[in-house]
Write a protein that binds this ligand. Structure first.
Ligand SMILES: [Zn+2]
Length: 183
């Protein structure tokens, strides 16, 4: 169990906490559900839309519950990436740094990854252009699905507040790819 101190919560809300720490806090058992509620409340006040935030999955990215019960990934600006069980990165704008020149822009100077074997992928929101995630991987490596949280278990088991609907906890990325590209 992770103890979430007031200071940590404050940094979390102000966006000062490195994202891996946020991920640890929101994906680990939290018994202090009031504190979590407060965190969500503050995030909710900061976004321009009404859909209920279930969980932040990045500094500008959230899993939300829409009025019809659907759970989708949504950017701060309102852009929706669809079902949260499909890797949202597949629907983002992707910029790949895979040669010396493109790598030089972010690694000026001597050392940089070898573009023969390594690439850096940047994922942007198609509507507002915010950079949402960066991954550094060997060339040809499948796009990483960073975080598929079991939201129903998180709400019912850890927060003790089950959500009004439940969905099957399943990575649906492959189904999406099949539909998009094969059929
Ligand atoms: Zn956006």
């Amino acid at each position: 169990m992770v103890e979430v101190s007031k200071d940590v919560l404050k940094s979390l809300i102000e966006g000062k906490l490195p994202w891996p720490d946020v991920k640890e806090i929101t994906s680990a058992p939290i018994k202090d559900s009031d504190r979590f509620d407060k965190y969500i409340e503050i995030l909710q006040e900061r976004v321009p839309w009404e859909d209920r935030i279930l969980l932040p999955i990045g500094p500008h990215l959230f899993i939300v519950e829409k009025e019809n019960g659907e759970r989708v990934v949504k950017c701060e600006c309102g852009h929706e990436f669809g079902d949260y069980r499909v890797n949202w990165k597949l629907k983002a704008l992707i910029y790949v740094r895979d040669d010396e020149e493109k790598l030089e822009e972010i690694y000026p100077g001597v050392w940089k990854p070898d573009p023969e074997i390594w690439e850096i992928r940047e994922f942007y929101c198609p509507s507002c252009g915010t950079q949402l995630e960066v991954e550094s991987v060997p060339k040809g490596y499948p796009i990483i699905f960073d975080f598929l949280p079991d939201i129903d278990s998180f709400y019912s088991e850890w927060l003790g507040k089950p959500l009004r609907t439940s969905v099957e906890f399943k990575d649906k990325t492959y189904e999406f790819i099949k539909e998009e590209w094969e059929g």
